[in-house]
Design a protein around this ligand. Structure first.
Ligand code: PCA
Length: 196
C-alpha cells in the first residue's frame, strides 16, 4: 500500500474555520491504494512547508497533497503550477506580509505540480461535482507551500500537489460561491482515487 500525506490549513484572515482542514480531517484512513496521514499546518509563510517536511521525514510518503481554502472559487481546483513569488494582501497567522518577494532566490520562476491534475479534475467532475484545473495558486501561503515542496522534492520520486477548495456555505458572503463540506470531501476522495 502507498502512503499519502495530506494536509489542510488552520483558519486565517479573521475566519474561524478553514474548509481545507474541515475536509481533510474527515477523509478516511484508506482511499484506493493509499493509506492517508492527515495533518493540519499553519497558515504561515515558510513554516507551513517546514511542518510538512518534518512530518514527511517521519513517515516517507509517496505523495504529498496540500489542500487550502480559495474563497470565491466555485470548484475544487487542482493547481497546475506554483510561482517563485510571495506577495500578501493580508498578514499570515504570524503577522508576515511579504510584498513582491522571491520565495527562494535563484530558484526557477515556476514549478509544475507533479500529480496528475488533468485526471484529478476529471475525476471530480465524473463524480458529479464541480472540479477544474487552476493555473494559479495565488501568491499567499498556499503558493509558498507548494513552491517550497516542489523545489525540495524535485528530482526525487516523491510527488507533490495542491488542491484549492471553495468556502463552506456558512463562510460565503451573500451571492458568493460555496460548497457543502460533504461535497468537498467527496471531491477530494475522487481526486485521490486517480493518483495511481
Ligand atoms: N488558503 C490560503 C492560505 C491558507 C489557505 O487555506 C492561500 O490560498 O494561500
Amino acid at each position: 500500500m502507498k502512503h499519502l500525506l495530506i494536509t489542510g490549513f488552520d483558519p486565517f484572515g479573521g475566519e474561524t474555520i478553514n474548509p481545507s482542514w474541515e475536509a481533510v480531517s474527515r477523509l478516511p484512513e484508506v482511499i484506493g491504494n493509499y493509506r492517508l496521514t492527515r495533518l493540519q499546518i499553519p497558515t504561515v509563510f515558510g513554516l507551513a512547508a517546514k511542518t510538512v517536511l518534518a512530518a514527511a521525514a517521519q513517515d516517507a510518503p509517496d505523495v504529498i497533497l496540500c489542500v487550502g481554502q480559495a474563497g470565491g472559487r466555485d470548484a475544487v481546483t487542482p493547481e497546475r503550477i506554483s510561482i517563485n513569488m510571495a506577495s500578501a494582501r493580508i498578514p499570515d497567522n504570524a503577522g508576515n506580509q511579504p510584498v513582491e518577494a522571491p520565495i527562494l532566490p535563484g530558484a526557477p520562476d515556476g514549478m509544475f505540480s507533479t500529480v496528475p491534475v488533468y485526471a484529478m479534475a476529471g475525476a471530480i467532475t465524473a463524480a458529479g461535482l464541480p472540479g477544474k484545473i487552476s493555473n494559479t495558486a495565488g501568491t499567499f501561503v498556499c503558493n509558498d507551500t507548494l513552491f517550497r515542496l516542489l523545489h525540495h522534492y524535485a528530482g526525487t520520486p516523491v510527488r507533490v500537489g495542491f488542491i484549492h477548495v471553495p468556502w463552506l456555505p456558512e463562510q460565503a458572503k451573500e451571492g458568493a460561491p460555496s460548497m457543502e463540506l460533504d461535497d468537498i470531501v467527496a471531491a477530494l476522495t475522487a481526486a485521490i482515487g486517480v493518483l495511481g
